[in-house]
Design a protein around this ligand. Structure first.
Ligand code: S3P
Length: 458
């Protein structure tokens, strides 16, 4: 197989997604990271602050009444994009990701940004800020990098227009850049065709200061950090299964937030330890919100040994220490209803599937095609390079596990979760491997290789 999993922007026949496109240029990819297999992983570690919670802490902090401290923000580039966009909107944020001090603007309007707001690679930033800016009486424009500009924005544009926002974008508002003239909104009840925490949060942010109820329903429950944080900050919010109801028009209080470790980043260490025989890792202070740890359930079915110890609650989120021991894995079937709970971990679950005995089937995961890259095509291409038999389907993959993989040359397609999954696979490959385009791991997990070094035994 040759070529790239890049998407087409035009309206398209979904079967086209299976066709390979042009490969990224050498300039785009840079020099590869060369990785030798390790004997085992052993020791105690932690992961950076959760990316989803970090975005929300900054944005809800900006809308709160008062001053709050946020500790352990994600050091990744995506959260830096949110931080910088908020500063361009006049929000006062001091300090560093270790400890930031933020002064909320409560109900007073943000400053009209003088220039285009650049969200970089961050889909969460553009979708959440679209909601916030729709409620602000000002004009703003949002754009991002090449990958971001190919991702669907109509999922937020449509409901925000229903609330009364004026939004323009390429192809009728399907793609960024987006231009927003906000203000004058009315609350709505919206049934979303996709389970998406980004769409849900955009609507809740738009409805926060409106009189009346903003409701959002989705086919399956997506991550619920916004609901938890809004409640923690004093908002009136009700939950009924996959439906959330916000009673708007009230202020939210500034409250200090300690961001727990990112379970999606922990997933790379968890799978790394599972597939390298003799490994044992403790990963401390990981967020174990049930809407985020679907991958642990899937791995449990595959035979993984992962313990969750010292379960506690920190700022409205459940947190625990994970203990992982290498395990013999077997293939499994991932059902469509499980996909939202492990959407960001499916690339690394594909690596676990390659090291398992037997077939793993993933279905109902077409959303993976509109992430930072087309993750179905990207993983199919890379698994093939590892000597694994894989069938690519429009909404998933079938992977024939062999219990091992051969040394490979992998490509990230500039997608951080693909890069990190390939690095983890390389640690347990049969010989030295190369990963091209690995520096994009800085989007969510800067310093990943340094963090691994003390855990590696050769
Ligand atoms: C996120 C929600 C998910 C996830 C993304 C982060 C969030 O996207 O894939 O990495 O922080 O709200 P969707 O809401 O599009 O499923």
């Amino acid at each position: 197989m040759k070529g790239s999993p890049k998407r087409q922007v035009s309206s398209r026949d979904p079967s086209q997604d299976l066709l390979p496109g042009p490969a990224p240029s050498a300039a785009e990819e840079g020099p590869p990271v060369c990785l030798e297999p390790v004997r085992r992983l052993y020791g105690r570690t932690s992961v950076p602050g959760d990316k989803s919670i970090s975005h929300r802490a900054l944005i809800l902090g900006a809308l709160s009444a008062g001053v709050m401290k946020i500790r352990n923000l994600s050091p990744g580039e995506d959260v830096r994009s949110t931080w910088q966009c908020l500063e361009h909107l006049g929000v006062d944020i001091e300090g560093s990701v270790g400890e930031a001090r933020l002064t909320g603007r409560a109900r007073s309007s943000m400053k009209e940004p003088e220039d285009v707001l650049d969200v970089g690679n961050s889909g969460t930033t553009i979708r959440l800020l679209s909601g916030l800016l729709s409620a602000q009486p000002l004009f703003s424009t949002l754009t991002g990098d090449g990958s971001l500009r190919q991702r669907p924005m109509d999922r937020v544009v449509k409901p925000l227009r229903l609330m009364g926002a004026e939004i323009w974008g390429r192809d009728g508002g399907r793609y960024a850049p987006l231009a927003i003239r906000g203000g004058g909104l009315s609350p709505i009840c919206y049934d979303s065709p996709v389970a998406s925490a980004q769409v849900k949060t955009a609507l809740l942010l738009a409805g926060l200061f409106l009189q009346g109820e903003t409701c959002f329903s989705e086919p399956y429950l997506s991550r619920d950090h916004t609901e938890r944080m809004l409640r923690y900050m004093g908002a009136e919010i009700g939950l009924e299964r996959n439906r959330v109801i916000l009673r708007g028009g009230r202020r939210i209080d500034a409250r200090d937030i300690d961001v727990p470790g990112d379970p999606s980043s922990a997933a790379f260490l968890v799978v790394g330890a599972l597939i390298t025989p003799g490994s044992e890792l403790e990963i401390r202070r990981v967020c174990v919100n049930p809407t985020r740890i679907g991958y642990l359930k899937v791995l449990d079915r595959m035979g993984a040994s992962v313990e969750m110890n010292d379960l506690r609650e920190v700022c409205g989120e459940p947190v625990a220490d994970l203990r992982v021991r290498s395990s013999r894995l077997k293939g499994t079937t991932l059902l469509p209803e499980e996909v939202p709970g492990c959407i960001d971990e499916i690339p690394v679950l594909c690596v676990a599937a390659a090291f398992a005995e037997g077939r793993t089937r993933i279905a109902g995961a077409a959303e993976l095609r509109v992430k930072e890259s087309d993750r179905i095509a990207a993983m199919a291409w890379n698994l093939n390079e590892m000597g694994i038999d894989v069938v690519e389907r429009p909404d998933g993959l079938e992977i024939e596990g062999r219990g091992k993989i051969k040394a490979f040359r992998g490509r990230s397609w500039q997608d951080h979760r693909i890069a990190l999954s390939l690095i983890v696979a390389a640690l347990a490959a049969e010989g030295p491997s190369r990963v091209f385009g690995a520096e994009c791991m800085n989007i969510s997990f800067p310093g990943f290789l340094d963090r691994m070094t003390p855990l590696v035994e050769r």
